[in-house]
Design a protein around this ligand. Structure first.
Ligand code: ATP
Ligand code: MG
Ligand code: FE
Length: 346
C-alpha cells in the first residue's frame, strides 16, 4: 500500500510517499520538507498568517517532487493522508484542502490525520515496533506521556500544566538572545557550558503521577539572566547547560514514574518511545536510554529527520488507518485543537 502524506500544521511544509508492506513494515519512498525558518525568524516565532501563505506557495511543487522522486503517479497511490489538526488553522486548511482535492480527482481514499498520532506512530515506521508501548511525546506544542495500546487507542497519563518543553527551549533561547528555533541552539551552546553552575528547579520531580511543568524553570532562568546581565558568552553557555540539565532531570523523573506504572502492567520487555522535535536532543535521549535500561525496557528513538515535523509520519499514520479499513469523508474538518485521547479507536 502506498500513501501520499501532506503536513502543514505549523511552519514546515512537507510531502512524502510511504509504502506499507504486507508484513506491516514501512518504507519511505520520498520525504520532502521545506522549513519556513527564514520567514519567521525575524519575529522570533511562527506567525500564523505568514505560515499559511508560505504553505500555499510551496505545497504544490513539494507534492510534485515527493511523487516524482520515486516515479509514482497519483493513480498508483492507495490513499492520500493530510494533517487535519491540531495546529494553526490557516495552514491546516491549505494541506487538508489540497489532500482532499487530490483524493477526489484520483478517486482515492482520504485520511484526515491527527498530527500527534503521526508523531506517536513514527516509531512503528522507523523501528517496526508492536503495541503496546509507553510514549514520551515532546514537541514545541505538547509534552505528554501516553500509553499507546493500538492505532487510535491512547491513554494520556500525563501532560504539561503550563508550557510545552520545546516551547521552554524556544523561550529560553529567546531571552538569551540565541537564534530560533531555540532547542538546537540551546543544545549547541550548552555543550560548552557548566550544567552545575546554576541549581535550577526540577519541576514536578518526586511528585506522584506523570504531569510536567516548565514555566517556573523558564522564569528561574530569566531571573538568573537578569541578575547576571550583561551576560558573557560563558554565562550564556552555563545558563543553557544548567537549564538543559534541569529539563532532562525533570523529563526523566516524570518518565520514571510512568515507566514504573507501565512495567508493572505489561510484564515482558516493555518499550519506551520518545517522539517529537525535542527527541532530537542528545542529552534527553541519553538520559532516557539509561532510564529505560534500568527498568529492563528498550528505548526507541526515531532518527532525527523523523523527530521534527515531516510528512512521512503523516503518510504512515494514513497507512496504519487504511490498513485497518479506516478512512475519512471529504468533509472532515480542520481542527485547531484535537487531543490524542479524543481519537476514535481504529
Ligand atoms: P506540535 O507537534 O506539538 O504541534 P511542533 O510540531 O512545533 O509542535 P516539533 O516540530 O515536533 O513541534 O518540534 C519542534 C520543537 O522541538 C521546537 O520547540 C524546537 O525548539 C524543539 N527542538 C528541536 N531540536 C531540539 C533539540 N536538539 N533540543 C531541544 N529541543 C529541540
Ligand atoms: Mg516546526
Ligand atoms: Fe509536530
Amino acid at each position: 500500500m502506498r500513501v501520499l502524506g501532506i503536513e502543514t500544521s505549523c511552519d514546515e511544509t512537507a510531502a512524502a510517499v510511504v509504502e506499507r508492506r504486507a508484513d506491516g513494515s514501512g518504507v519511505i519512498l520520498s520525504n520532502v520538507v521545506l522549513s519556513q525558518l527564514a520567514e519567521h525568524a525575524p519575529f522570533g516565532g511562527v506567525v500564523p498568517e505568514i505560515a499559511a501563505r508560505a504553505h500555499v506557495e510551496a505545497l504544490d511543487s513539494l507534492i510534485a517532487r515527493a511523487l516524482r522522486e520515486p516515479g509514482i503517479a497519483a493513480a498508483d497511490l492507495d490513499g492520500i493522508a493530510a494533517t487535519a489538526g491540531p495546529g494553526l488553522i490557516g495552514g491546516l486548511l491549505v494541506g487538508l484542502m489540497t489532500g482532499k482535492a487530490i483524493a477526489a480527482a484520483a478517486g482515492k481514499p482520504f485520511v484526515a490525520v491527527n498530527h500527534l498520532e503521526a508523531h506517536a506512530l513514527t516509531a512503528r515506521l522507523s523501528d517496526g515496533i508492536g503495541f503496546p508501548y509507553l510514549l514520551l511525546l515532546v514537541t514545541g506544542g505538547h509534552t505528554q506521556i501516553v500509553a499507546v495500546r493500538g492505532v487510535g487507542t491512547y491513554e494520556r497519563w500525563g501532560t504539561t500544566v503550563d508550557d510545552a518543553v520545546g516551547e521552554a527551549f524556544d523561550k529560553v533561547a529567546k531571552m538569551l538572545g540565541l537564534g530560533w528555533p531555540g532547542g538546537p541552539e540551546v543544545e549547541r551552546i550548552a555543550a560548552g557550558g557548566d550544567p552545575q553552575r546554576f541549581a535550577f528547579p526540577r519541576p514536578m520531580a518526586g511528585r506522584p503521577g506523570c504531569d510536567f511543568s516548565f514555566s517556573g524553570l523558564k522564569t528561574a532562568v530569566r531571573l538568573e539572566a537578569q541578575k547576571l546581565a550583561p551576560l558573557s558568552d560563558g554565562d550564556v553557555a552555563d545558563l543553557c547547560a544548567s537549564f538543559q540539565a534541569a529539563v532532562t532531570d525533570s523529563l526523566a523523573d516524570r518518565t520514571r514514574s510512568a515507566l514504573e506504572r507501565f512495567v508493572a502492567g505489561s510484564g515482558d520487555a516493555p518499550t519506551l518511545v520518545v517522539a517529537g522535535g525535542v527527541a532530537a536532543n542528545a542529552a534527553v535521549r541519553g538520559r532516557l536510554e539509561g532510564l529505560a535500561g534500568h527498568y529492563g525496557a528498550t528505548l526507541v528513538a526515531p532518527p532525527l529527520r523523523l523527530c521534527g515535523d515531516n510528512a512521512a509520519m503523516v503518510a504512515w499514520a494514513g497507512c496504519e488507518r487504511l490498513a485497518l479499513g479506516r478512512s475519512d469523508t471529504l468533509d472532515a474538518p480542520a481542527r485547531a485543537r484535537w487531543p490524542l485521547d479524543e481519537m476514535d479507536a481504529a
